[in-house]
Design a protein around this ligand. Structure first.
Ligand code: KG4
Ligand code: ZN
Length: 345
């Protein structure tokens, strides 16, 4: 492999996917190996942190080997190691961080800390290069944010959820209609078959606010179903799914478009696990077309957690000279603004 090219080995273990990727020059995916733990967590109805850590320990070494083999490179070809520093489950993060430290030490390579949400944003860059200024709508299991970016690695959070993340709301509502974890994709599938019979509330908050709130909607769904069950009324899961999804999608789409207009931005990107939602993709695509905003959303396998996105963001941090030493620690709750290049350097 030509050393003129920059090859980043990236590691992501913030939640329930053990993933390792080799990324060339920040955009080309040579490999993106993802070992999912979903089957293990399913029986508990959600991610159990201790089990997640154990699976990461069991899987990290083979996942690194597989990613290198798939990319057809060896550790001697790699220029730097990028790893998710946070946010995420601390025990899970530490497995990836310690593997990254061991490799950086053994092969004398730079160690680069990456913010998980910056990774989700940079998943877009793997398909269509980011252009600035842009607005990023982050919708994942742990986060719901609108992030304004003037340039590479420059993050300004202009709105965020005040309670539940949107993916979390999806998973909780799914549980109330007996769908297995993770419920988001299941609700998405059902929503395509149902009707909006419930007209659940849309939570806009104060005029002009780009913040979100989903706990009221979640409670409205739970209360409605509870009342119907008590009265012995039939519940049609498809209609619950469509009604819930319509409420979520309308709020996310409207706020994202308003934010683009207010910040005079002509480029919107959507990122995070919920970005693979078909209802959201359709609604946002239509609104962007009507408002002449360029939209990019990664293919579904790059929306959910993976190491390729960490490698893409890691590449720019590498070019900017950002490095960690061996004292690097996991940070379970770190703001993306603290990861702006101005703050880091
Ligand atoms: O980004 P991600 O893989 O992990 C976090 O960083 O949180 O997102 C996982 C979340 C889960 O809540 C899952 O239910 C949701 O994304 N999700 C979806 C869809 N696919 C995944 N939610 C709605 N529709 C989908 N198609
Ligand atoms: Zn994620």
């Amino acid at each position: 492999m030509n050393k003129q090219q920059t090859l980043i080995l990236a590691i992501e273990t913030s939640c329930d996917e053990t993933s390792v990727s080799v990324i060339k020059n920040g955009t080309e995916i040579l490999s993106n190996t993802v070992l999912s733990q979903i089957e293990s967590h399913k029986r508990f109805g959600g991610v159990v942190p201790e089990i997640a850590s154990r699976h990461h320990v069991e899987g990290i070494t083979t996942t690194i080997d597989t990613a290198l083999q798939t990319a057809n490179v060896t550790m001697n070809d790699i220029n730097a190691i990028a790893v998710t520093q946070g946010p995420g489950l601390i025990g899970a993060l530490l497995i990836g961080i310690n593997a990254a430290k061991a490799l950086a030490f053994a092969y004398d390579l730079p160690l680069i800390p990456v913010h998980h949400i910056a990774g989700h944003i940079y998943a877009n860059h793997l398909e269509t290069p980011l252009t600035f200024p842009l607005m990023a709508l982050i919708v994942s299991g742990g986060h719901t944010e609108l992030v304004y970016m003037k340039n590479h690695l420059n993050f300004e959070v202009i709105g965020e959820t005040r309670d539940d993340a949107v993916g979390e709301a999806y998973d909780k509502v799914a549980r109330t209609i007996d769908l297995p974890y993770p419920g988001g994709p299941q609700i998405d599938q059902l929503a395509a078959k149902g009707e909006d019979t419930y007209q659940f509330p849309r939570v806009w908050l104060e005029k002009g606010s780009y913040d979100f709130s989903f706990s009221g909607l979640k409670s409205a769904v739970i209360n409605q179903l509870h009342n119907q069950r008590q009265k012995g009324q039939e519940i049609v899961p498809e209609n619950v799914a469509t009604s819930f999804q319509n409420s979520v999608v309308e709020v996310l789409t409207t706020k994202a478009i308003h934010a683009c207009k207010a910040y005079n931005v002509k480029r919107l990107i959507v990122a995070g696990g919920v970005a693979s939602n078909r209802g959201l993709r359709e609604s946002i695509a239509k609104q962007c077309e009507d408002n002449q905003i360029q939209l990019t959303i990664p293919t579904p396998k790059l929306c959910t957690d993976n190491a390729a996105m960490i490698g893409a963001a890691g590449h720019y941090l590498y070019l900017a000279g950002i490095r960690s030493d061996m004292s690097m620690n996991g940070k379970n709750n770190i703001d993306i603004e603290d990861f702006s290049i101005e703050t880091l350097s």
